[in-house]
Design a binder for this molecule. Sequence first.
Ligand code: ADP
Ligand code: MG
Length: 405
Amino acid sequence: MLTVKDLTNVKGKKVIVRVDFNVPLKNGEIRDDNRIVAALPTIKNLLEKGARVILLSHLGKIKHKLSEEEIAAAKAKNNLLPVSLRLAELLNQPVTFVPVTRGEELDEAVAKLNDGDVLLVQNTRYVKGEEKNDPELSAAWAKLADAYVMDAFGSAHRAHASTYGIPSILKEQGKPVALGFLVEKEVLALTRCVKVSDEDRPYIAILGGLKVSDKIKVIESLLKKCDKILIGGAMAFTFLKALGKETGQSPVEDDQLDYARNCLAAANGRIVLPVDSVIANSFDNPTDIKIVSVDEIPADYQGLDIGPKTRELFAEEISKAKMVFWNGPAGVFENPAFQAGTLAICEALAKLSGKAFTVCGGGDSAAAIKQFGYAKDFAHVSTGGGASLEMIENDGHLPGIDVLG
Ligand code: ADP
Ligand code: MG
């Protein structure tokens, strides 16, 4: 696969870059410009080489089945204009913003681009054909460009017009398609977690978060590859119940008990479950919080974090790892009373910094790591919640990446 560095001959060429400018907006104000900042290296690299850069991104959700008024409201809310202004500040150069997604206005703006100029097209989801990977829309966009760069990892698991349609057309026409710097880093890290080499063993997965049912394919994939799987979070209670334990009011998925039993059998001792739990009398209003063994959860209590013995047990296992993939918080980290488990995992992984390859995937897990200030201690914290998990599930394959190969 080519990367943006391989595109050496782009002076005067029109290059579409699919970026992820899906930033949090409130009343038209950008609350966190991380995603814009993260795209700068790829954009600057192309501009420095004299390319004419055409940026495409989605922003938020626009449901085209709703009424015209509702669609208009969603469009107003998810307008990329403020992003173009922030981008111009960050690049320290003008950014042409095209307020529509296709048609004459866009064609003319593209025709006016000089070498080293950059243009941002309105939110790709303004058009219905984007999420449907509409061939006609893909062709209209592909026609604008001489090359394509994918730098939106968070959208790489979707085969949309801007992530799949355009590059497949350009590739057919023999035009170069490449990975941007951000996506390249994601692909290298996550591929390493599924194509495991001996020097990366022991390889440990840490799983947590809410639902077993959301993560079935992730668990299955990791079971095949990992030497140990540590399970915390709400998910652990389905496994504990599958072993016949009383889990009280803890969030158990009864329809996944057989699945959990099968996993435990297939794992042959490689799954490590919590031995104690921080429990409370209520999720919303926990007035009584205590620590108990997982054999002693009272009927009217629920487990909201792993307990101190489990924190130690997990830390001990983690200390032996050469590679770790982590998805899913160990507890309800949003509440300080139930943060200790997730914090302990952060700390244990930070101790491996420089000694082991540590990767985190998943939206809430990455948010927890950032919130606790540990992002710098990881080899890689994925920017794509869903995409990172799908990459693990599918043995390193995603439609928006494979199409570039
Ligand atoms: P990710 O986005 O990293 O894949 P998930 O979405 O699966 O993670 O799960 C994250 C959520 O799981 C968090 O909001 C957290 O509060 C919740 N959670 C973790 N442990 C528990 C628990 N014991 N009971 C209830 N919710 C939990
Ligand atoms: Mg989540």
